[in-house]
Structure formats: C-alpha cells, structure tokens
Design a protein around this ligand. Sequence first.
Ligand code: NAD
Length: 383
Amino acid sequence: MKLIESSFKLHSRRKFIYDLGIASIGISTLSLFSGFKSHDEDSSKERIRKEKASGKLGIALVGLGSYAGGQLAPALSETSNCFLAGIVTGTPEKAETWKTKYGIPASNIYDYKNFDQIKNNPDIDIVYVVLPNSMHAEYVIRAAQAGKHVICEKPMAITVDDCDKMIAACKKADRILGVGYRLHYDPYHLEMMRLGQQKIHGNIKSMSAGFAFNAHKGQWRLDKAMAGGGPLMDLGIYCVQAFCYVTGQTPLSVTAKEGPKTDPERFATVEQSLTWQFEMPGGIKAEGFSSYADSRNTLKVEAERGAYELTPAFNYGGIRGKGPDGNLSFPAVNQQALQMDDFALSLIRKRPVRLPGEMGKRDVAYLQAIYQAMRSGQKVMLK
Ligand code: NAD
C-alpha cells in the first residue's frame, strides 16, 4: 500500500517540500492513467475494487454543486490515500453524468432519502458534506449514525448548538469529524504561520484580512435561513481562521460594524458587508472585512521588523506573497487533494486529525460573536 505522508509541521519545511515532490509524482502518474474517460458499470466496479485493494479509503461526496464538482472530485483523482467512491445527490441527471465521468457504480449512488443506507456500503469510509451551510448538521449527524467518518465543509454549521450536536453524534458513533479548511495545506499559508508563530520578523503588531466578491441574486448564500448569515459566514471565516493560525492565538474580544446596504433587495436577509476588529493576545489588532458586493482577497501582517502579506490570499491556487526579504515563492499544490489525503491518512494511522470538529465549532462561535457585536454595537468578550 502506497501512502503519502502529508506532514506539515512548521519546523520542517524541507520535509514539506519533499512530500510535495512525492505527491506531484503521484499526481502526474495518476492523471495519466485515470483521466476523465467514460466508465460503464463493470469498469466502475473494477475501479472501486482496485482502489479498495490498494488500501485507500473511499469518499462519498454529498451535494454535487460547484465546489464538489469543480474542486473536490477533480482533486480526488490526485489523491493517494483516498478516492471518490460514491455520491449523494437529489438530481438524477447529475447522478448519471457523474456515474460515467468518474466511474461510480450504481450501488454507490444515493439520494437524500435513501442516504442512510450508506451504512451498508463498505466501499465508503468517509462522507464529505458539501451542502449549503444550514444542511451540514443533519448530514454530518446522519453520516456518523451510518458509521462513516465525516469531513464537513466550512462553516461547520450555522449555530454553535448544531456544532455541539455534530460533535456529539460523531463521538457517540466513534467516528472522526474534520472540517474542510483547505488553506492549512497551502504552502503560502504555512509560510504565514511560520513567520507569525515563530516571530521571524518580530512580534506581530497588527493584521488585516479581507475577502469579498460579488454574489449574484437568487442563490442560497443570500438566504439567511440556508447560509446562517451573509459574507461573514462564507468569506469572513477565512479571515477569522487566518488571524488564529498566523498568530497561533485566539481572539480576546471583538467589535464589529455592518456596512451600508446599497442593494437592499439582494441583501434582504443578510448583511452586504461587515468589518470587525479582534483584539488578540499581545495587543495585536486584527481587522477583518467581508462583502458580497466588492472585491477583496488579502491577508496582511505588520510585525516589528517588517510586513508580510498574501494577495491574492484565499484562492485555490495562484496565491502570491511578499515579505521584508522579497517575494515568497512556493510550488503549486492541490490544496483539496492534500487536505483529503491528510484526513484519510490520519484515519489509517489512527492519529488525531489536523482540523477537527472542535476547531469548526470554535470558528462558528467567533462568527456568532461578530454578529452579536455588530447588532449590539458593543464589544463582545470571547474568553
Ligand atoms: P452550490 O450551491 O454550488 O452547491 C450546493 C449543492 O447542494 C448543490 O448540488 C445543490 O443541488 C445541493 N442542495 C441540496 N439541497 C439543497 C437545497 N435545499 N438548497 C440548495 N442546494 C441544495 O454551493 P457550493 O459553492 O458548492 O458550496 C457548498 C458548501 O461548500 C458550502 O458550505 C460552502 O461554504 C462550501 N464551500 C467551500 C469552499 C472551500 O474552499 N472550502 C468553496 C466553496 C464552497
């Protein structure tokens, strides 16, 4: 069985580059042979049999939207410790397309009603929930009850109470829950963690991060019941994460202010934009910005002996960075492939996952506190 160790310890950059080197050999070899050819039922069953026999863990994607289709499924043709074994979709046409495109046998295709029968399917070890935010809790809980380990997309849920229920369900079923925080596997973000946590340019004085794009009308992201909130839930969470992993600390308090609604019809139930300020240990001020009617994609750090930043910061690829000593330069990686491989390897090696449900819950609590500060106009204490 060939496993790729995705070790991303901050003190071991050489090993990290070495791992990436091995991973990229795996990537090119696999894509040569697995390409996106059309599969029939027999070849699909044979594919699954071979993948399982190689020791990889089978993943079922739940919700075949833009992230599952555009990023996760292609990434699963580049993974070494896991593979695309099944799908869960409410749209029969999507099931048909995915079946032939990715080689998924009919027995590994579920809809939202018969989803719980996945418990009888030994091909599937991990369920990856990629649904709108408000649906994460139900499907994580049902997956755990079906005896599957679970990866849940960000934000983990729309309330802390839901996060508690998800964690409890996984614990009760003795299953592992992880969150899809892909940037923990990107070398530029790992470098920001190293610079910040090891104080390479001195103590951090202040930080800022902004993530914004234009969200078109009519999608679940603009519906508070489905999304749990507006751009903060979807984009601001990247800034919250970055403030924590660059400093290696968690915030002490928060103040926040909603931006003006220039398009009240589109933003009828959620904020259009939001600015917040965390006070971090050591007097660090961290200012975040998220919007669905703007364009922003940066992470900036001011330290005692110079500044470092990523712009664009939060993309799937093409991140660019610079520091006091010049531009940062790292090889391109597939963040999602590394993220899923590391989760699978943690299960195989029976070691703790890097991005557990508890971290997802922590961040949902910060998002809720930011909203509380925004609504009240008061500082909200976090510890
Ligand atoms: P999307 O709208 O493209 O896909 C959502 C999927 O859920 C669709 O296949 C849709 O058919 C299905 N669905 C099932 N029931 C639904 C319902 N009642 N209403 C709406 N859709 C329903 O969304 P997406 O961009 O793929 O996002 C899905 C999740 O992934 C979200 O939680 C999002 O935050 C997360 N995401 C993460 C990243 C990342 O980089 N980690 C990137 C994009 C999205």
